[in-house]
Write a protein of this length. Structure first.
Length: 436
C-alpha cells in the first residue's frame, strides 16, 4: 500500500486534498453536466419566467433563467402549465389574468437573429403594481445563447435582491475516465450550471485541488506527474503553465490569495504536513504552522492576511484561523467531533465546511460571529464546498450510488440542484470569481 493510501485510510478527512489516496472516478472527457432540479424552492419568491418568443435552434432561454433563479434558493419559478398566458412584450401582457395567480414577478422577452448574432430583449414586471422593474437588450454571438440567459438572470437577481448575481461565472472541477490500469484525468471548467465544459488539461497522472486566481485567468492545481505530487499554475488563455512547488513529499491543497499575490499550500518538506505561503513575486516560501500535527486545506479570509485551515492537533480534525506565521492559531469549530475542508464566504462572515455524524459526511455553513451552524447538504457523502463569488450558493461534490455528482445548494439552506453525468464521477469543484 502506498503512503498516500495509508494516509487515506488513517485520515478520511484528507480525501479532498493531495494528501489523500485517489478515488476512482470515471466519466466521458467532454460530457456536459446535466441539471436535475430537486424540490425545495417552494419557499422562494414566486416568479414566472414566460417562454421567450425565439427562433428554433436557440437554447430555451426562459428555462435557463428559471433554473438559475431557482438555484439561488430565493425564487420559486412558476410551472409553465400554471401560467395564464405567454406574453413576449408589455403590449401583450394582461395583468388582470396574472394577478389572479401566485406569481409576484414576471419575466418575458423575445430573441431575434441578426446574421451570426442574437438580439435578446427582456422585461421584468412587478405583477401587483404593473411596474416595469428592469428591461434591456442584450446582443451576443449566436453560439453564446446560454450566456445571454445567464446575463439576464444576473440582472434580475440584482434588481430583486440588491446583490450581484453569479450566474455568468464559471466552475472548475476534476474528472477521471478509463480503466484502473489506463486512466485519463482532466481538469475542466464550465458555466456555473455545468454547461459548455472545456478541458484545461488532460493527463495520465492524477489531478487534484484546483484553485482560481482572483482575476479568473489562471488555475493552480496538484498534478502527480512522474508519480510525485507538485503544484502547477496554468494560464487559461495561453495554456502556458509552470511548476510552483516540487518539494519531496506532499505538495497539495493550493489556495490563491484574494489579491492574487500569494498561494497557500500544504507541504511536508519539513517532515510533517504543514501550511506554507508562497509569494508569487519572489517565490519565497514561509512556513505558517508548526504544531506537529497534520495541517492542510488552507483558505484565505478577504483581508488577504488571515488563513483558515484544517488541523488534527486536538486528535480529530477541526478548523483553525491564523493571521500570520507567528500568530497563535485560534479554533473556529466546536460542538462537533469532525470539521474539515473550510471555505470562507466572500464577505468573511461565514464558513462552509464538512462535518461528520453517524450518518456520514455533510456540507454545513457556520456563522463566524456566533458559531451557529446549519447543514446545506442532505446525502451524507459530501465534500469540497466552494462559495459562489456573491456568497449566495455553495457547490460541492457528493456520492450518488456508485458514481458522484456536483451539487449546488443555496447558502440560506434548502434543497440543492444536482449537476450529474450520464455515468461516472466528478470531484474537487471550485467556484470561479466574477467575470469582470
Amino acid at each position: 500500500m502506498t503512503v498516500l493510501a495509508l494516509l487515506h485510510r488513517s485520515h478520511r478527512w484528507l480525501a479532498s486534498t493531495a494528501l489523500a489516496g485517489m478515488l476512482a472516478f470515471v466519466m466521458p472527457a467532454q460530457a456536459a453536466l446535466e441539471i436535475d432540479i430537486s424540490g425545495g424552492t417552494e419557499s422562494g419568491v414566486p416568479i414566472a419566467v414566460v417562454p421567450f418568443d425565439q427562433p428554433s435552434g436557440v437554447d430555451d432561454l426562459a428555462r435557463i433563467i428559471g433554473d438559475d433563479l431557482a438555484r439561488s434558493g430565493l425564487f420559486s419559478p412558476v410551472a409553465r402549465d400554471a401560467m395564464p398566458g405567454r406574453p413576449a412584450s408589455p403590449e401583450q401582457l394582461r395583468l388582470g389574468d396574472w394577478r389572479a395567480g401566485k406569481a409576484r414577478y414576471l419575466v418575458m422577452g423575445q430573441v431575434e437573429p441578426d446574421g451570426d448574432q442574437l438580439r435578446a430583449r427582456f422585461y421584468l414586471i412587478d405583477v401587483s403594481s404593473g411596474e416595469r422593474l428592469a428591461g434591456s437588450q442584450i446582443t451576443a454571438v449566436a453560439s453564446a445563447d446560454r450566456s445571454v440567459a445567464h446575463r439576464i438572470s444576473d440582472i434580475i437577481y440584482k434588481e430583486l435582491t440588491g446583490e450581484r448575481g453569479a450566474f455568468s461565472t464559471r466552475i472548475a472541477y476534476v474528472t477521471e475516465r478509463g480503466s484502473v490500469d489506463n486512466r485519463t484525468y482532466t481538469l475542466q471548467i464550465a458555466d456555473s450550471d455545468g454547461a459548455n465544459p472545456r478541458t484545461v488539461l488532460e493527463s495520465p497522472y492524477p489531478l487534484m485541488s484546483p484553485s482560481w486566481s482572483p482575476d479568473g485567468g489562471k488555475l493552480a492545481y496538484v498534478s502527480f506527474e512522474g508519480n510525485r505530487s507538485a503544484i502547477w499554475v496554468q494560464d487559461l488563455s495561453s495554456g502556458d503553465r509552470y511548476q510552483l512547488t516540487d518539494y519531496p513529499g506532499i505538495n497539495g491543497a493550493p489556495a490563491w490569495s484574494p489579491r492574487g499575490d500569494k498561494i497557500a499550500v500544504t507541504l511536508s518538506k519539513g517532515g510533517n504536513p504543514d501550511i506554507y505561503v508562497v509569494d508569487l513575486d519572489t517565490r519565497r516560501t514561509v512556513q505558517w504552522t508548526r504544531s506537529g500535527s497534520i495541517e492542510t486545506e488552507p483558505t484565505w479570509f478577504p483581508d488577504n492576511r488571515s488563513l483558515a485551515f484544517t488541523s488534527d492537533r486536538f486528535g480529530q480534525p477541526q478548523v483553525f484561523r491564523k493571521a500570520g506565521p507567528d500568530d497563535r492559531a485560534r479554533r473556529l469549530t466546536f460542538d462537533t467531533s469532525y470539521a474539515a475542508g473550510p471555505r470562507i464566504s466572500p464577505n468573511g462572515e461565514r464558513l462552509a465546511l464538512v462535518v461528520r455524524d453517524d450518518r456520514g459526511f455533510f456540507v454545513a455553513e457556520q456563522s463566524l460571529d456566533d458559531g451557529r451552524r446549519q447543514l446545506l447538504s442532505r446525502g451524507g457523502g459530501e465534500e469540497r464546498p466552494s462559495y459562489a463569488p456573491n456568497g449566495a450558493m455553495v457547490v460541492y461534490a457528493a456520492q450518488s450510488g456508485s458514481g458522484s455528482v456536483l451539487k449546488i445548494s443555496p447558502a440560506i439552506g434548502g434543497e440543492p440542484q444536482t449537476l450529474s453525468y450520464d455515468r461516472g464521477k466528478v470531484r474537487d469543484p471550485v467556484w470561479g470569481p466574477f467575470n469582470d
